[in-house]
Design a binder for this molecule. Structure first.
Ligand code: B16
Ligand code: MG
Length: 217
């Protein structure tokens, strides 16, 4: 049966993509080119450093490693300013309820996020205490679709990967969960996340029974 649930952050628990968008757009504009919402979509689940590389490529601009470091830091400072104003109202529908019911059922919970700011975000929206372990971008060396972040989550909880369920909104994240030998619930569209064991529109569609069923099919 289920022993643990491991959650991605952006797109599953909260929508931080809107803040990433504002900060990356400001950076792109300062560098003299535009940055669109469609481009921002492609950065979901992608690390900060890799995101910058992609953006500079789209803008047709080359920067040294040192300059890239400075630009990534500048973007992050704007982003951190914004997330410091986040409130519990920004938790996506059903997330808090599911975390509460998992706790009541004795099922362990972990966060598995590419974000180096994950801890601050969970704290600001008031649900940090609902996670037994937080694995973030500071603790992993390989990005999704590598399963490292989720395997570290399972390890921190002392649970076998086969008894974990991963919740993910990005294709690379769904692939990471499957590569780790875990059950995966995709949050989004079936046409995009079809590799998941189950795809739903949001965590409000999930309860303990839906999760138990994943192990009986
Ligand atoms: P940071 P997730 C990801 O979060 C975001 O989707 C992605 O857009 C962002 O670049 C990445 O975190 C790194 O974030 O700059 O805060 O370290 O979906 O893995 O929870
Ligand atoms: Mg995500």
């Amino acid at each position: 049966g289920i022993a643990a649930c491991i959650f991605d952050l952006d797109g599953v628990i909260v929508d931080t993509a809107v803040y990433h968008f504002k900060a990356w757009k400001r950076l792109a504009n300062e560098l003299g080119f535009n940055f669109t919402e469609a481009q921002n979509e492609k950065l979901k689940g992608v690390s900060r450093v890799r995101s910058l590389e992609l953006i500079l490529g789209w803008g047709g601009i080359e920067k040294s490693a040192e300059e890239q470091q400075e630009l990534a830091t500048r973007k992050n400072e704007w982003y951190v300013d914004m997330i410091h104003h986040m409130t519990p109202e920004e938790i996506l529908p059903g997330a808090k309820e599911l975390l509460d019911s998992l706790r009541a059922a004795g099922i362990k919970t972990a966060l598995g996020s590419a974000s180096k700011n994950a801890g601050v975000i969970l704290d600001k929206v008031g649900i940090l205490p609902l996670f037994d372990a937080v694995i973030d971008g500071n603790m992993v060396s390989a990005s999704k679709p590598d399963p490292e972040v989720f395997l570290k989550g399972a390890e921190a909880l002392g649970v076998a990967p086969a008894q974990c369920i991963v919740f993910e909104d990005a294709i690379a994240g769904v692939q990471a969960g499957k590569a780790g030998g875990m059950k995966v619930v995709g949050i989004g569209e079936q046409s995009v996340l079809g590799e998941a064991d189950l795809v739903v529109g949001g965590l409000q569609e999930i309860n303990i029974q839906t999760l138990t069923n994943l192990f009986n099919s």
